[in-house]
Design a protein around this ligand. Structure first.
Ligand code: HEC
Length: 151
């Protein structure tokens, strides 16, 4: 990785932290937006569609680019920003937790952010950055990391 890329990644992580208002700096000035209503969850993707979205090289790249600052290079929840967050990023290799979450719940948490699924707002929403197909394949990638499926 070149120095330029490293700086870009660090900067994007810092930006996300600032935007999500989750920096543990003691002064909470950012009011989180109201949680999107459940009706915002797109009804366009039936559960059967989830399986079709295979993990590609692009999926891994997107995860490395957007998710690892918090979730860690290997998804273990130990990214460079992890210790600055008031709620620790989820460890995507922990099967005993991820088995309890459906693909749809994981999809919604990525698309709409933590707040929308009753989790911490420190998990940003990616619906404006990533399309549905990519989010589905990220869910598959997380299933690969935890080597687990929902019960
Ligand atoms: C700014 C840090 C940050 C970034 C960047 C980030 N996450 Fe998270 N994520 C979190 C935190 C914190 C949690 C834990 C929320 C909780 O448990 O309340 C979380 C939780 C999750 C969960 C579990 C939700 C659940 O149902 O428990 C998934 C799935 C997830 N993140 C996926 C992603 C993906 C995919 C990306 C990249 C596109 C990403 N995250 C980027 C901080 C982040």
């Amino acid at each position: 990785m070149t120095l330029k890329n490293l700086i870009k990644i660090l900067l994007s992580g810092w930006l996300v932290l600032q935007l999500s208002g989750c920096g543990d700096n003691g002064k909470e000035t950012v009011t989180p937006p109201p949680p999107p209503r459940a009706t915002n969850v797109p009804a366009t993707s039936p559960p059967s569609a989830l399986k079709k979205n295979a993990v590609t090289a692009e999926t891994r790249e997107v995860y490395q680019w957007y998710c690892t600052q918090c979730h860690g290079l290997k998804g273990k929840g130990d990214g460079i920003n992890a210790k600055l967050l008031t709620v620790p990023p989820r460890d995507h290799t922990k099967a005993y937790y991820l088995e309890t979450r459906t693909d749809k719940q994981l999809f919604s948490s990525i698309q709409l952010g933590g707040l929308a699924v009753g989790r911490a707002p420190c998990m940003p929403s990616w619906g404006n950055t990533l399309d549905e197909k990519m989010i589905h394949s990220l869910v598959r990638y997380i299933r690969e990391l935890c080597q687990c499926e929902a019960f």
